[in-house]
Structures are given as C-alpha cells and as structure tokens.
Design a protein around this ligand. Structure first.
Ligand code: NAD
Length: 259
C-alpha cells in the first residue's frame, strides 16, 4: 500500500511521553512516510521526548512552551531557517489547574478559567498564525478536543469550556486559512488514560461508562485517533475542514442507555 503522507512534513506539538495522543499520531505519521518535527513543553519533558523523537527518526526536536511568545517566535524562526515546507500541524495541548477539575464548575476562579483558555484554546490560534506562512502548498492543522465541549461531563468543568472555545476557533481559523488551502479540524477523542486525563477527578469512572454504553462497547484506542489524524493530513482528507470528527467508539451519539 502506498504511504499516505510520503513527501510531507509534520509539526507535532504535545508529546510528553509514550502515552500521549501526540505520540500515537507521530508514530502513525512516520509509518505513513512523513518527516517529523516534534516540540515539547520544557526541560521536564526534554529527555523523554528526545528519546522518543530519536526512535521515530524525527528531523527536529524543539522546546516550545505555548504560553511564551518568545518560544513561539523561536520555533517559527527555526522552522523558517530549516526551509522545510510544512504540510501538517498537530496541536495536542491542554492544561487546567487540577483543583478546577475536581470542584464544582461554579467555583472556577478567574485565574483558573483564563489559564485553561490560554493554554488549551488560544494556543491553537497562536500556533496556526505562526505555522500558516510556512504551509506554502496548503495543508492540515489538527487539534484534539473532547465531548465535554458540547455536553456536561462530570469534573471536566473549565476544560469543557476551553474545548468549546477551541472547537469554535477551529471554525474561524478554517475560514481565515481556507483560501490558502489550509484545512483546520479537530478530532474529538474518546477518553484515553494519559497524564492529562489523570488530572480529571474520577477519570476511571468515565472509562468504565464508555466501555459499558458506547455503541462499540469499548474504549478508544489511541491508534484509532492517530489513523484519523493521518486521513485528515493526507490528500484523502482534502475536502474536510472546519470539522470536529468524533473518534470515540460512538459514545457521543448515546442518550439514555439501559444496562
Ligand atoms: P498528555 O498529557 O500526554 O498531553 C498534553 C500535552 O500538553 C503535554 O505534552 C503537555 O506537555 C502539553 N502542554 C501543556 N501545557 C503546555 C504548554 N504551556 N506549552 C506546551 N505544551 C503544553 O495528554 P493527552 O491526553 O495526550 O492530551 C493531548 C490532547 O488530547 C489535549 O488537548 C487533550 O485535552 C486532548 N484529549 C485527550 C483525551 C484523553 O482522554 N486523554 C480525550 C480527548 C481529547
């Protein structure tokens, strides 16, 4: 079978460890022949991400904290200097204070609300603005969302509101960048046990519920999210933009389910 991303270069932001959804996506992109540029948040992740990057044969592994305009400018400068045309960008980044993922939403502080919005939603806008000029032949920008954007999921709270802003940003960015041939989409993934997910109180109950209730009666495999990310970055996805695609074993369709 031909490789779906042969000849393409992809910037993947958000690998922290081998459980990260961004890592599953990077693996699938590599399998399909893409050149990889990885970023990690900071010193704490550096060694792990460098090791993973080397094992994936990544061309570049760079630090980028998306809350820092300096880091974003440095990333852009490095990419520009490398002269690699960019075809795909994966934004797989979110953060909220742990307290805000365990107390009632009504108790969310101004600071906690703005922090979740900045890291989990605004950063997509900043990354898209930096990357778009390097996507000279058009391409695909992808972010990761969750059902908590559009439904109430116990304890997801401030992150659900940030994901709502993220999904809306996908639509506005798609409209701005569409004339340049750049497509912008989100994958709304079912729950997966990662470092970020462990910050949500009672996350294992969410996994249990999905396994019982979803049409496929199981949870989501990160490789399923990654294969959809391949589709979106490939020419097969050329007509898809401004979309939120659910890769969640069908859970989003369910209302009331009987045991
Ligand atoms: P993860 O913890 O592996 O990844 C989150 C990443 O965000 C980490 O690499 C972390 O370093 C990065 N990050 C946080 N703050 C940052 C900053 N200031 N600058 C740069 N990077 C920063 O967890 P994950 O579950 O793979 O999360 C990836 C994305 O998938 C997130 O947007 C998350 O909301 C989304 N998502 C996860 C699930 C799930 O159940 N795991 C479900 C749906 C959507």
């Amino acid at each position: 079978m031909p490789q779906l991303l042969a000849g393409k270069s992809a910037l993947v932001l958000g690998v922290a460890n081998r459980w990260s959804l961004a890592y599953a996506i990077a693996q699938a992109y590599r399998r399909e022949g893409a050149r990889l540029l990885l970023t990690y948040q900071g010193e704490r992740q550096r060694q792990t991400v460098e090791e993973l990057g080397v094992s994936l044969g990544a061309d570049m592994i760079l630090a980028c904290d998306v809350s820092s305009d300096d880091d974003l400018a440095r990333l852009l400068e490095t990419l520009r200097a490398s002269d690699l045309p960019l075809d795909a960008v994966v934004h797989s980044i979110a953060f909220a204070d742990r307290d805000d993922l365990s107390h009632p939403f009504v108790e969310t502080s101004r600071k906690g609300f703005l922090l979740a919005q900045e890291i989990s939603a605004y950063s997509l806008v900043a990354v898209a603005r930096a990357a778009a000029p390097l996507m000279r032949s058009g391409g695909s920008i992808l972010t990761l969302s969750y059902l908590g954007a559009v439904r109430v999921v116990q304890n997801y709270n401030v992150m659900g509101v940030a994901k709502a802003a993220l999904e809306s940003s996908v639509r506005y960015l798609a409209n701005d960048l569409g004339p340049s041939g750049i497509r912008v989409n989100a994958i709304s993934a079912g729950p997966v046990k990662t470092a970020s997910a462990r910050g949500v109180k009672d996350f294992s109950k969410v996994l249990d519920g999905v396994a019982r209730i979803s049409p496929l009666r199981r949870n989501t495999d990160p490789a399923e999210v990654a294969d959809t990310a391949v589709f979106l970055a490939s020419d097969l996805g050329r007509g898809v933009t401004a979309n939120v695609i659910y890769v969640d074993a069908g859970f989003q369709a369910m209302g009331l389910a009987h045991e």
